[in-house]
Design a protein around this ligand. Structure first.
Ligand code: IMP
Ligand code: MG
Length: 183
């Protein structure tokens, strides 16, 4: 594993090794398997992967989840470079006909919560049965919203991170470990 990586104009150092990330996902998946055990083939859960950042986390979760589920994706974005813009744009809309479904939002990271709040409201407008939020990372120091975050794999400090699906201006998604901005 690389100790440092360079992306565009910045350098990032190793922060959380893959082993730690995977252990946290094991624990989270065990909780989900318990909480969604009553899903059936006729009423499967809807795992909603938020592109692009959550792809690795979603794949790791999928390998571990044992209840009936369907996989769908959507894409909202609020970040440019290393800061949140506060304005959410929808790039891939929600899947159609999701009324009555039990939705599990799979996010890479919740920062200010702007993105998750927008997605939560869009889902509610679609009359889904229930919504839970499952995120790989949470920055609790900056999360300011009231949307409940039931499943958080790891809490991290308010620092900009890349790897394990997360990007810095689209680069850096393809590492197994998590890196942090080196300053
Ligand atoms: P929020 O709307 O401020 O909660 O930001 C959430 C979105 O911003 C996430 O889905 C990520 O795509 C991106 N994001 C937030 N923090 C980071 C980070 O530290 N590294 C990379 N992307 C991030
Ligand atoms: Mg991003």
């Amino acid at each position: 594993m690389e100790q440092k990586i360079s992306l565009h104009d910045k350098t990032f150092r190793l922060f959380i090794p893959n082993e730690t990330l995977e252990k946290a996902i094991d624990a989270l998946a065990a909780r989900l398997n318990k909480d969604y055990a009553n899903c059936t083939d006729k009423h499967p859960a809807l795992l909603l992967c938020t592109l692009n950042g959550a792809v690795i986390f979603t794949a790791e979760l999928l390998k571990r989840l044992t209840f009936p589920l369907e996989l769908k994706a959507c894409k909202l974005s609020s970040y440019k470079g290393t800061t949140s813009t506060g304005v959410v744009t929808t790039e891939v809309p929600l899947p159609a006909n999701i009324a009555g479904r039990r939705v599990i939002i799979v996010e890479d990271i919740v920062d200010t919560g702007t993105t998750i709040e927008a997605l939560f409201h869009q889902l509610r407008e679609n009359q889904v049965q229930d919504i839970s939020v499952c995120t790989m990372f949470l920055k609790p120091e900056v999360y300011k919203k009231s949307i409940p975050l039931q499943y958080v794999a790891l809490e991290i400090p308010n620092k900009f991170v890349v790897g394990f699906g997360l990007d810095y201006d689209e680069l850096g998604r393809n590492t197994k470990d998590l890196y942090v901005l080196d300053i």
